[in-house]
Write a protein that binds this ligand. Structure first.
Ligand code: PEP
Ligand code: MN
Length: 362
């Protein structure tokens, strides 16, 4: 009996793991049994949620705020699962937490952003999970370091975990920002490129830190071909014991999921010839851009030689300012953002400096 139950559970986990979009929702923290079970029931009523998330151990930046209900909350998740059939997911940061979560039948574990930053903690978790058949989602580290994120994937992978997924929850940045954690989409895109086969989930809640632009961030993730979303929900968001500002009611979550325009990487029935034609144009233009940039660097080499012969510095700040200002003005007229032009010209300039440096010092 026991073993057939386990087999059925594993099968359900496999089905959900492959579902697209994969939708995970639930409170930042499990607070009481009623809150946990009622959230699950109301989420299940939306018909759109696959997995109930709930924080049991909360890694708080500063001591003194609610640090999670602890192991006693795990049976509440079991009760919620029994009432709804939703799978359950919990953040674990230590071997003991992983062991407790598995003991109480949690279906999916996730490694939080404050754990991914620490290779010792990730390795301890990986060692504890060796030989266990449970999917593990790995959040990006708090700081924008893809090597740490990659390292965490490698450690969990080497422990033999076969179902690994990634959660993009944004990166802490210093100073004011419209986000609680800056999405830095380019980093997420690079991680997706490194691991195209791993489910890639977006966490608009921790990116936004407030309810207002959850939908916008979720839509952007879907437009970028993410495999799913993890969004915090609470039966009474303003009274939540943690992350109150960013949580929404299960009903609001349901509405948001309805409002999202779900796109796919490929729709077999469309006319691929049109897309192919545009892609060829893009490829052609990219080739031309590369050739032009290479030509530009050849000129930089000549300038480097000239500066060397005449004892001039490589960096000529005034000249560079003029180039940049003109480019920004021209670019904006052509519909290119100031941010893009600045990044683009910075990259070109750094490459040009590297070329001149080589000429001068070879
Ligand atoms: C959470 O999911 O509630 C959480 C603590 O997330 P993160 O690790 O992304 O801060
Ligand atoms: Mn949270």
């Amino acid at each position: 009996m026991e073993s057939t139950n386990i087999a059925a559970q594993k099968e359900q986990v496999q089905i959900v793991w492959k579902k697209r979009p994969l939708i995970i929702s639930g409170p930042c923290s499990a607070e009481t049994e009623e809150q946990t079970v009622e959230t699950a029931i109301r989420l299940q009523k939306t018909g759109k949620v696959d997995v109930l998330r709930a924080g049991i151990w909360k890694p708080r930046t500063r001591p003194g705020s609610f640090e999670g209900i602890g192991t006693k909350g795990l049976p509440w998740l079991q009760a919620a699962k029994k009432a709804t059939g939703l799978l359950t997911a919990v953040e674990v940061a230590t071997p003991k937490q992983a062991e407790d979560a598995l003991h109480f039948g949690v279906d999916i574990l996730w490694v939080g952003a404050r754990t991914t930053v620490n290779p010792f903690s990730v390795q301890d978790l990986a060692d504890a999970l060796r030989g266990v058949d449970v999917p593990v989602l790995i959040k990006n580290p708090i700081n924008p370091d893809l090597e740490l994120w990659t390292g965490a994937v490698e450690r969990i992978d080497r422990a033999g975990i076969k179902d690994i997924g990634l959660i993009h929850r944004g990166f802490a940045s210093y100073g004011n920002s419209e986000y609680r954690n800056a999405p830095m989409w380019h980093l997420a895109i690079e991680m997706k490129r490194r691991y195209p086969e791993l489910p890639f989930i977006n966490d608009p809640s921790h990116i936004c830190g407030k309810r207002d632009n959850l939908l916008e961030v979720a839509q952007k993730a879907i437009d970028l071909d993410y495999d799913g979303l993890i969004i915090e929900s609470h039966i009474d968001p303003d009274k939540a014991w943690s992350d109150a500002k960013q949580q929404v009611t299960p009903e609001r979550l349901g509405e948001m999921l309805n409002e999202i325009i779900w796109r796919k990487e490929d729709v077999p029935t469309i006319d691929h010839a049109t897309l192919e034609k545009y892609r060829q144009q893009i490829n052609h233009l990219d080739d031309e851009l590369l050739q032009l940039i290479a030509q530009r660097m050849k000129v930089a080499d000549k300038i480097g030689a000239y500066k060397k012969d005449n004892g001039l510095t490589i960096l000529q700040t005034n000249r560079w300012n003029t180039i940049l200002e003109k480019a920004v003005a021209k670019g904006e007229k052509q519909g290119l953002s100031k941010e893009f032009i600045t990044k683009y010209f910075d990259a070109i300039h750094m490459e040009s400096i590297a070329h001149q440096n080589k000429i001068m010092n070879d």
